[in-house]
Design a protein around this ligand. Structure first.
Ligand SMILES: Cc1cc2nc3c(=O)[nH]c(=O)nc-3n(C[C@H](O)[C@H](O)[C@H](O)COP(=O)(O)O)c2cc1C
Length: 373
């Protein structure tokens, strides 16, 4: 009873975060919550949102607020997707199975990570017709990369999200201190270990020699020599739309257009990769100016409140990805927790829209924002 009351009181994502810290192992919590280096990028992400204030309009009919939109052929109830997060079994034994069901229950797209705890097919089976995208860490073995892309298409994924801000892993001090690597422990092997092409690279079946399989996965996982021509290779394997996740520089946005990618996710990996990096909100507008409406521009890193979504859309984003908040919900209450954490942010977004005087997503414009001096 007491526990239930405390769950009902949980409102802001900060509360979800601190409660999650009390229920999962410290090393797992640190892996989720902390950032790289001195966490300058992690902090900058949040600070950027607080640099803008919303200047509301009045006497506009907001009796019906419509948060729906169209994105890459899908009609979504809200401009929100579940960010690709690997190794989700560190938060809850059901990991991505639970969080993808939470996404599907809200008709929100779920992006399955290459290093998910469960395979992309197992995740797809939870989601019915709800859109799902596959996040690709382009493997250092071409045949494995090809296999994963084709498996995603067969399992009903409707886009490939190529993450490009991770040529190597960021330097995360807390993980060093905790001597913790969930991927190294095999918690992110759902897609590798189920891949027939990967299995063929191994001397022995995984059941007989898991250690060598894991070693092989780690060897292929980081692919620092990847360049822009990877996009052409993905296109040889699939007709699915390709999005690039991890772009923050306007020059890269220009190149992305030249390579004819279908969408961008402005992201710094939630402050887990390059430390002293730019906040995503600070570069969003310039990137949207470069893209000039040709392809959708999504954003993540630091979105915790409904007002943050409003600000991102006002500066030109088509939609946002939410990362850690659903992981805190997952840690606390599995599927239900992941759903409630995201619902909380969605509710706030709807209230922000109404109070700002915007009845539809199309009404949200930069003229509603004031930048603090
Ligand atoms: C624990 C954890 C694991 C992540 N794993 C991946 C991943 O496998 N692939 C990826 O593209 N991004 C990954 N990310 C980054 C998220 O997709 C997203 O960019 C980030 O969480 C957004 O920031 P936010 O958590 O502040 O909302 C991960 C983030 C966290 C917190």
């Amino acid at each position: 009873m007491v526990e239930k009351e405390s769950k009902n009181r949980r409102l802001s994502i900060n509360e979800w975060e601190s409660e999650a810290g009390g229920v999962i192992e410290k090393k797992a919590f640190d892996y989720i919550a902390r950032g790289s280096g001195e966490e300058s990028t992690l902090r900058a992400n949040r600070e950027a949102f607080s640099q803008y204030q919303i200047s509301h309009r009045v006497l506009r009919d907001v009796s019906k607020v419509d948060t729906s939109l169209k994105l890459l052929g899908h009609t979504l109830p809200s401009p929100v997707l579940f960010a690709p997060i690997g190794v989700q079994a560190i938060a809850h034994p059901e990991g991505e199975l639970a969080s993808s069901r939470a996404a599907a229950s809200m008709d929100l797209p779920f992006i399955t990570s290459t290093v998910s705890s469960y395979s992309m097919e197992e995740v797809a089976a939870q989601m019915g017709e709800t859109p799902r995208w596959f996040q690709l860490y382009y493997a250092g073995n071409e045949l494995v990369a090809e296999s994963m892309i084709k498996r995603a298409e067969s399992a009903g994924y409707s886009a490939i999200v190529l993450t490009v801000d991770t040529p190597i892993m960021g330097f995360r001090e807390s993980d060093q201190i905790n001597n913790y690597s969930p991927i190294g422990e095999g918690i992110g092997s759902g897609n590798y270990f189920s891949d027939p092409v990967f299995q063929n690279l191994l001397g022995k079946p995984i059941s007989e020699d898991k250690e060598s399989a894991l070693k092989k996965q780690l060897e292929l996982f980081e692919n620092p020599s990847l360049t822009w021509e990877a996009i052409d290779r993905i296109r040889q394997y699939t007709d699915l739309p390709i999005l690039l996740k991890g772009v923050v520089h306007p020059e890269d946005a220009k190149l992305a257009l030249q390579y004819k990618v279908d969408g961008l996710v402005v992201s710094n990996h939630g402050g887990r990769q390059l430390d002293h990096g730019v906040a995503t909100l600070d570069v969003l507008e310039e990137i949207c100016n470069v893209v000039d409406g040709e392809i959708p521009v999504l954003i993540d890193s630091g979105i915790r409140r409904g007002g943050d979504i409003f600000k991102a859309l006002a500066l030109g984003a088509s939609a946002v990805l939410i990362g850690r908040p659903f992981m805190y919900g997952l840690a606390l209450d599995g599927e239900e927790g992941a759903r409630k954490a995201v619902q909380q942010i969605l509710k706030e977004f709807e209230v922000s829209m109404a109070l700002a005087g915007t009845a539809t997503i199309g009404d949200i414009k930069k003229t509603f924002l004031v930048r603090k001096k």
